[in-house]
Design a protein around this ligand. Structure first.
Ligand SMILES: *Cc1c(COP(=O)(O)O)cnc(C)c1O
Length: 385
């Protein structure tokens, strides 16, 4: 008899499909036999990481035989200082995705559900189903001010007696949409305090300052809040996998119980510390993003392509009926963007804001592709920026 492992797992795992990452640039170059492809598919920092990080990494490379500091003492101390919190409020993760997974493993179980918005970040259903808990999806906004964005009323209404966790991405990936600080406060007020609320701020640095909630103040007001941050985006350290959460020490203690002992490696710990010391690099990365955002928005407008409002480092745009064809044709022109069919957004593509030259390369490839396919769309932009 053949052993069928599928029959021996739970419904959550059975319903999962592996996460689909952006296509690696090496893979496309191999396929096309070229070496100048650009990847604008995974919201990485086009400037790379801080030059200071490289020096730290060189120093660390001598001690690879040692286990990392499993408590991440130095990095936690620095983060605590920056956020004016106790070190005990910080949990480090192998990327912030690791922390999201820890939260699911601590608070979710088969009889519980996790609420998140339609079109929210893919890791929320993944972490939820991996522990066989129930995804409880709140319908997104449909109004023209913030199409496909989180709807605080439908999120609050979806919360029921079996809800243990609410995941909020602000700004959200893959839409780029956001909640204002007052909407976040309003939502936190509506959610019972026995439900853990995760505020995922992966793109916080890209937001206009007045749109960033005072998350540390919120932590003091709402003991059920967990704020997650990452070094993968504006700090340009996606390859090293390091992120963290801020929460009450009591929640951090629970996360720490299920955490793998050495979940963050030594190079990542050192690099993150060095990255925190280079505020100039963050500033120039944000400035480059703002300029790139204007460049791409102007480009989309010239093609009359519909774009979602974004406070992140990417733009999500609509190609009715032909998104997959445009994705494939862009690949042929050495440009990798992200298809969003897996998010139930089959008519949309997401492009990461790159350097000025990369953005230009993308726009000119897109222009040719639209012509080739007999487009452009005649859709009016959904929202002014
Ligand atoms: C990129 C991203 C993260 C960060 O993931 P890491 O595991 O830290 O690389 C978290 N949340 C959202 C919404 C993201 O888009």
């Amino acid at each position: 008899m053949v052993f069928d492992p599928l029959q021996h797992t739970h419904a959550g795992v059975r319903s999962l499909r592996p996460y689909q990452p952006g296509k690696p640039v090496e893979e496309l170059e191999r396929e096309l036999g070229i070496n100048n492809a650009i990847k604008l598919a995974s919201n990485e920092n086009p400037l790379g990481c801080s030059p200071r990080v490289r020096q730290y990494l060189a120093d660390q490379a001598n001690e690879l035989e040692r286990y990392p500091d499993g408590n991440g003492f130095a990095l936690k101390r620095r983060l605590a200082e920056i956020h004016s919190l106790d070190s005990g409020c910080i949990t480090l993760g192998n990327g912030s995705n690791d922390v999201l997974d820890l939260i699911a493993r601590v608070f979710l179980s088969p009889e519980k559900n996790a609420v998140f918005s339609q079109y929210a970040f893919a890791v929320y259903p993944l972490a939820t189903l991996a522990v066989n808990a129930q995804p409880n999806v709140a319908s997104a906004r449909t109004d023209s001010a913030m199409p496909m964005g989180h709807n605080i009323n439908s999120i609050a209404e979806a919360v029921n007696a079996n809800t243990a966790v609410v995941f909020i991405a602000n700004p959200n990936n893959p839409t780029g949409t956001w909640l204002t600080p007052s909407e976040i406060s309003e939502l936190l007020e509506k959610i019972p305090q026995n439900v853990v609320v995760v505020l995922d701020e992966a793109y916080r640095d890209y937001q206009s300052p007045e749109l960033r909630p005072d998350s540390c103040l919120l932590l003091k007001q709402y003991p059920n809040l967990v704020v997650t941050r990452t070094f993968s985006k504006v700090h340009g350290l996606a390859a090293l996998r390091v992120g963290y959460s801020l929460s009450s020490p009591e929640i951090a203690d629970l996360l720490n119980r299920v955490r793998q002992p050495f979940n963050v490696n030594s190079l990542a710990l050192s690099a993150a510390l060095a990255a925190l010391d280079d505020e100039e690099h963050v500033k120039s990365s944000v400035q480059m993003n703002q300029a790139g955002m204007r460049q791409l928005i102007a480009g989309f407008a010239s093609f009359a392509i519909d774009v979602l409002p974004s406070q992140a480092n990417f733009l999500t745009f609509r190609i009715p009926e032909k998104a997959e064809a445009v994705y494939q044709a862009l690949l042929q022109r050495a440009v990798i963007v992200r298809p969003l069919a897996g998010y139930q957004m089959p008519d949309w593509l997401r492009v990461t804001i790159g350097t000025e030259a990369e953005n230009q390369q993308f726009l000119s490839a897109l222009g040719k592709v639209l012509k080739e396919l007999g487009l452009p769309s005649s859709v009016e932009p959904v929202a002014a920026h």
